[in-house]
Design a protein around this ligand. Structure first.
Ligand SMILES: *Cc1c(COP(=O)(O)O)cnc(C)c1O
Length: 236
């Protein structure tokens, strides 16, 4: 299906999921996961109503920024970020969703100080405790949160998670629920420099479940752009 039809179908599904739990659909951000798609496809998605793009790899981000591919949308970084590439991302994106270690957080902070700006970030939580994934455990999160006040050049705007691959609807519900409970608890505890504005969870196969359970930011690639072609790449 063409990108424009996919985008309107997804917005409709977002409205339905929000309505099913009495939530205002306007509070939910659809972030298009643009990895491995061309600047032209990204432009088509923005023309079809996408207002937020999420990029995974620094090289693709840099290329598409140079091509003005994201014009008309905000840009988020959503992939694993190596500390030696932080300089190419800080100040270039509206939100780094995938801050998954204290070392990365410190490196982002240092670069934000250097550039004289405040970088918005989300903390990535490894909610299923998968060894294949990065991200903070719940224990690590709670020990970090009181320290966030010491990093005035970053601003924490919430949490992000990538739960296990979902094969059937409902499979990740317990993880979405845990993330939601975590966001409520952190909000109640009022940590300095931490504002839980975004709970980023839900992808092509499970975004409706995620919204029902409290997500207000879904990151969707395949359902917008079609299956990615991995044959020309070593990416996962
Ligand atoms: C690719 C990607 C997505 C989107 O995945 P789809 O299953 O294609 O919708 C979401 N979040 C992150 C971090 C991704 O890398």
């Amino acid at each position: 299906m063409p990108i424009a039809e996919n985008v309107s179908a997804i917005y409709q599904q977002i409205r339905n999921a929000a309505a099913s739990v009495g939530k205002d659909p306007e509070t939910i951000t659809l972030c298009a996961a643009t990895k491995m798609n061309t600047a032209e496809k990204v432009r088509q998605a923005i023309a079809a109503g996408i207002t937020c793009c999420g990029e995974n790899r620094v090289q693709e981000l840099t290329e598409k920024l140079a091509q003005n591919a994201y014009d008309g949308a905000t840009v988020h970084f959503i992939g694993h970020l190596q500390t030696n590439k932080v300089r190419q991302v800080v100040g270039k994106v509206d939100l780094i969703q995938s801050v998954d270690s204290v070392h990365l957080l410190e490196t982002i902070h240092k670069e934000a100080v250097r550039q004289g700006l405040i970088q918005n970030i989300l903390l990535e939580i490894n909610i299923a405790g998968e060894s294949s994934k990065s991200g903070f455990s719940i224990e690590q999160l709670y020990s970090l949160l009181p320290e966030i006040a010491n990093y005035p050049h970053i601003h924490v705007l919430g949490l992000m998670t990538i739960p296990p691959i979902c094969h059937n609807s409902g499979e990740n519900d317990k993880f979405f629920q845990e993330m939601y409970n975590l966001s409520v608890d952190i909000t109640a505890k009022k940590y300095d420099n931490v504002e839980v504005r975004f709970l980023s969870m839900g992808m092509s196969d499970d975004f409706a479940d995620a919204i029902r359970l409290g997500s207000n930011m879904v990151r969707i690639g395949t359902a917008i752009f079609g299956a990615r072609d991995y044959s020309k790449s070593n990416q996962k």
